[in-house]
Design a protein around this ligand. Structure first.
Ligand code: FAD
Length: 337
């Protein structure tokens, strides 16, 4: 196995932060992965699992082993009257898997079109968009324990999925490499077009008879018009989570800020972090090459050669100012390394 030394990570993270890894290795199979995890020269170093690098902020050189997941493969493992079960290698590109489902008319993840990154990273933060989350179609995953190299299967319940959260961001953080995941897709579509601008976009597209392909195209159009393309401007999508507050706290805030943007949930209310940040005057602000995107206050950007630390410090200033104004603590969605 090729283990590179002092290798640049600039092309492996969507913020395009130019830091290096002490050791860097790509693996294509679970056997490959076990082999590299057993290498003597790297065994005492920290490990970082990397997919598409679209949900990380690298703040310094990584003095350890970066393992890039390249495990590929999409195969149907089971089927019943209503569902098809599809096993996908952790290194597959998420959007390509979505496109495979659309082509084959397997429904359930069309709303998750064009989310960057790998399939293996999806469960980590239970990726979600336009009213659908990965957990809605997730069946189980296989993971390899980084230290003792044993395989473990995690069911949907064992992953403890929540809003942009799972067991892999909490008690099992940094312990496993997710090598593959199995999804349960629907043979019959149940469309979810109520969220965001999907309905409006479908109308603009002149769609009369809905298909999952149309929903996917609508989502892709909306995303392309709203979000900066990371190949052109470095970013990692939403930098912060939308804070969730009890209904009473929301009512109190609404009395002071009648325009506050909120999404009622079953037990609480989700507040639009982008609105909170905008109210604090951050939208479009730049500091050297680091900044807050001009159309999307939730998205922090690297216009060129910003350092990870500069973007991190900007995120801290945003958190402090939102707290000062609203007494709400914003949580970062992006993983800080
Ligand atoms: C323009 C843009 C838009 C986005 N929109 C959305 C959105 O709508 N919804 C959403 O939920 N997210 C969104 N994201 C965030 C991102 O796409 C997802 O979080 C995605 O799942 C990250 O995948 P990745 O492979 O790039 O992960 P990486 O950035 O490589 O890794 C993220 C974290 O997961 C860990 N990790 C990666 N692979 C594995 C593995 N196989 N096993 C164990 N740990 C692993 C890493 O160590 C790291 O901590 C967006 C990002 C961008 C740039």
């Amino acid at each position: 196995m090729d283990i590179l030394e002092n290798s640049s990570l600039k092309d492996f993270n969507t913020f395009h932060i130019d830091v290096s890894a002490r050791f860097f290795c790509q693996f294509n199979t679970v056997e490959n992965l076990k082999e590299v995890l057993s290498e003597k020269k790297t065994e005492n170093y920290d490990r970082l699992i990397l997919g598409g690098g679209s949900n990380l902020l690298l703040t310094k050189n990584f003095d350890g082993l970066v393992l890039r997941n390249n495990i590929r493969g999409i195969s149907i493992t089971n089927e019943d009257k209503d569902h098809v079960y599809i096993n996908v290698g952790g290194g597959e590109v998420w959007h390509q898997f979505v496109m495979y489902c659309i082509e084959n008319n397997y429904a359930g993840i069309e709303n998750l079109s064009l989310i960057p990154g790998s399939v293996g990273a999806g469960p980590l933060q239970n990726i979600g968009a336009y009213g659908v989350e990965l957990k809605d179609v997730f069946y189980e995953l296989e993971a390899l324990h980084i230290r003792n190299k044993t395989k473990k299967t995690f069911s949907n319940a064992e992953c403890k999925f929540a809003y942009r959260d799972s067991v892999f961001k909490n008690e099992e953080k940094g312990k496993y490499v997710i090598t593959s995941a199995t999804f349960r897709l629907n043979k019959q579509a149940k469309f979810n077009t109520a969220y965001g601008a999907i309905q409006k976009e479908l109308e603009a597209m002149g769609i009369k008879e809905l298909s999952i392909k149309d929903v996917s195209r609508a989502v892709i159009n909306i995303r392309r018009s709203k979000l900066p393309d990371p190949t052109k401007i470095g970013n990692a999508g939403s930098f912060f989570k939308n804070p969730e507050v009890p209904k009473e706290k929301y009512e109190d805030l609404k009395k002071i800020f009648p325009d506050i943007v909120a999404y009622p949930q079953v037990n609480n209310v989700k507040l639009a972090a982008g609105w909170l940040i905008e109210q604090c005057g951050w939208k479009g602000k730049t500091f050297g090459d680091a900044g807050v995107h001009k159309n999307q206050s939730l998205v922090l950007v690297n216009y060129g050669n910003a350092k990870g630390e500069e973007i991190y410090n900007l995120s801290q200033r945003i958190i402090d100012s939102v707290f000062e104004r609203f007494q709400l603590v914003l949580e970062r969605e992006v993983n800080i390394i």
